[in-house]
Design a protein around this ligand. Structure first.
Ligand code: IMP
Ligand code: MG
Length: 179
């Protein structure tokens, strides 16, 4: 275990098992659809690459990087800054947005609005982790790996100051690292 980690929440084997279940569910639900998995950078990358190997369908992947202006205080402005846009059109396609974690839901709600405006046929969300206690915007999240309490976690794509994304497990950071 990494020296900065206090406790492992989900280890490699647990994650693999859950991702397989999610992939099987998506496979059932998207049988007759035109699936595009849209990965939100950078956190969603590890989950995306594991997930698509468990989806037994033809699909495409695309990537998007967005940042919301200043977080909660800018809810009403409805602004999302696109740092990297999708490569392909999403018109009439069935989109599955792949996220590492949903916290306030602000970023994601804006991405959904944006993709709707581009004429997607359907839009659903799959997030490896969900912190429902922190939600500021009510979001319909179709697939969730795990619901977790409001503690900061890292690993499996999730970072603290861009570090720890490569850990093959999800864990709590040691408290002294926040001070
Ligand atoms: P929100 O839902 O718009 O508040 O933003 C969610 C984003 O916040 C995620 O994509 C993560 O990048 C980041 N985030 C939220 N909670 C955590 C956490 O516990 N660890 C690491 N990143 C987090
Ligand atoms: Mg993120």
């Amino acid at each position: 275990m990494h020296k900065d980690i206090e406790k492992i929440l989900f280890d490699r084997e647990t994650i693999a098992k859950r991702v397989k279940e999610l992939g099987e569910q998506v496979t059932k639900d998207y049988k007759d659809k035109d699936l595009v998995c849209i990965c939100l950078l950078k956190g969603g990358v590890l989950f995306l690459t594991d997930l698509i190997k468990e989806i037994d369908l033809d699909l495409e992947i695309d990537f998007m990087d967005v940042s919301s202006y200043g977080g909660a205080s800018t809810v009403s402005s409805g602004e999302v800054r696109i740092l990297k846009d999708l490569d392909a059109s999403v018109k009439d396609r069935d989109l599955l947005i792949v996220e590492d974690i949903i916290d306030t839901g602000i970023t994601l709600s804006r991405v959904v609005e944006l993709l709707k405006s581009r004429g997607a046929r359907s839009i659903e969300i799959i997030s490896f982790l969900n912190k429902p206690d922190r939600r500021k915007i009510d979001m319909d999240v179709k697939y969730v790996g795990y619901e977790i309490p409001d503690y900061f976690v890292v690993g499996y794509g999730l970072d603290f100051n861009e570090k720890y994304r490569n850990l093959p497990y999800v864990g709590y950071l040691k408290e002294e690292l926040y001070r």
